[in-house]
Structure formats: C-alpha cells, structure tokens
Ligand binder design. Structure first.
Ligand code: PEP
Length: 242
C-alpha cells in the first residue's frame, strides 16, 4: 500500500478546501493499492474531513498539535480538538515546525505521545539540513530524531524529508532516499514497530514521482507544493508504480 500525503501548509481555507476536494474526487479513481491523506490547515480540517467521510482510503489529518490535551495555549490545537474536527492522523515534527518555530526533539516526542493518546495516527517527519548532510551526519540526525519520538510497539508512519529538498525544487535521488529509508527501516525493525511505512518528501512532483516510487524502499510520498492543485494532485496520486 502506497500512501500519498498532501501537506497544504498555510493554504486553502474552508471554502477553497471544499472546492478542492470536490474537484479531486471528480478526477481521482480510487485504487486499492494506495491511500491518500490530506493535511489541511486547522481551520479547514472539518470541511475536508466531512467531504471525505466514508470514502475508502482517504482521510484528513492535522499539520501539528500541542502536546497538552487542553489549556491556555493561545493559537494552538490539541490532539482531542483535531480528532473532534475529524482528523485521523497528524504530522509531527515537520521540518518547518522544527526549523522555523524552534520545535525540539523532546517536543516532537511529547506531540507523538499526545497524538497516540488522542487516537490520531502520527506521521513523524525526520531529515537532515544541507550542512548536516555535507558533514556526513544524515544518519546520526535521523536516528536521533527517531529515538526522541518513537516508542517500541507504537504504530507510526515516518516521512523522511531532507530539509534541503523541501520547497526548493531539489530532491534526493531515489538511491539517496533509499539508503536513508533502509537505515530507518532497520532502526524500526529493531524496535518491533508494528507496520513499517516510510514516505519520502521533498519537492516531489508529477515529473519525478514515478522514478521515486519505483524505488521499493519508498512506501509513498509526502508532498507540499505539488499537492495544492487538485487536478495535478489526483494525477500524481495515480502515478503508475513500476
Ligand atoms: C512538505 O511540506 O512536507 C514538502 C515535502 O514540501 P514540498 O513538496 O513543497 O517540498
């Protein structure tokens, strides 16, 4: 099963989100070997979840949650609130949260625990910066990020997203991605993670998706910019996987 995850970031309010899903559903023919997960901004979560209700293989998720279930945290949303709005999954530790908002490894760990407590499937994002890659620290960084958040036996999806490839138009080669995915897979196997699913993210688009997905180490993709147009996204989701 391949997962195609769309991270809309700070785009598409409720009305636009509803139009988007209508167009997507008109264009997309469901396929049993793939699932499509949408991560709209919090204000559009309920609109997307409602529009996808009862549709096999399609779900809505939150882009981020606070680690506390409730309280005085102006501007934040919690796992239970996201679940109430219809979320079934949540991104945890996206590089924009880590690098633009200063989220620490320890905080991503608390958020992952909060996701599980709220019944949301966590998608833990890990990945190195360009400087870390050039210093040969990729695996050290990725395993540190995994170790801070993943608990043995917990069902989690990993998104390997090299920071230097996100929103830059540069993406890792399928071989580069596969080498890191293999290391992540070994790390998860050693901790008896129930289902191992590792997505790749970073400037994935209609042109490069087929080549990336032909690499067996990839169990799907997490896509930002190229998921914002519903017709192009439906086409990307229907990429032929050889
Ligand atoms: C992302 O936001 O997770 C991402 C991979 O963005 P983009 O596809 O735009 O690089």
């Amino acid at each position: 099963m391949n997962v195609f995850a769309a991270n809309w970031k700070m785009h598409l309010g409720p009305a636009d989100a509803r139009d988007y899903v209508t167009t997507f559903l008109r264009t997309y023919t469901p396929q049993p070997d793939r699932a499509v997960w949408f991560f709209p901004p919090a204000v559009s979560l309920q609109a997307v979840a409602d529009a996808l209700a009862g549709k096999e293989g399609l779900l809505a998720g939150a882009q981020d949650i606070h680690w506390e279930p409730k309280g005085a945290f102006t501007g934040a949303i919690s796992g239970p609130l996201a679940a109430q709005a219809g979320a079934r999954a949540v991104l945890v530790g996206h590089s924009e949260r880590r690098h633009l908002f200063g989220e620490t490894d320890a905080e991503t760990g608390r958020k992952l625990d909060a996701a599980v407590a709220a019944g949301l499937h966590p998608v833990l994002c890990v990945g190195e910066t360009l400087a870390q890659r050039e210093r040969g620290e990729t695996l050290a960084v990725v395993t540190r990020q995994l170790a801070a958040a993943v608990k043995s036996g917990v069902d989690v999806t990993i998104a390997y997203e090299p920071v230097w490839a996100i929103g830059t138009g540069r993406n890792a080669t399928p071989q580069d991605a596969a080498a890191v995915h293999r290391a992540i897979r070994r790390w998860l196997e050693a901790r008896a993670t129930p289902i191992i699913r590792i997505l790749y993210g970073g400037s994935v688009n209609l042109k490069n998706a087929a080549e990336l997905l032909a690499e067996r180490e990839l169990d799907g993709v997490l896509v930002g910019g190229a998921s914002l147009d519903p017709v192009a996204w439906a086409q990307l989701v229907q990429t032929r996987i050889s």
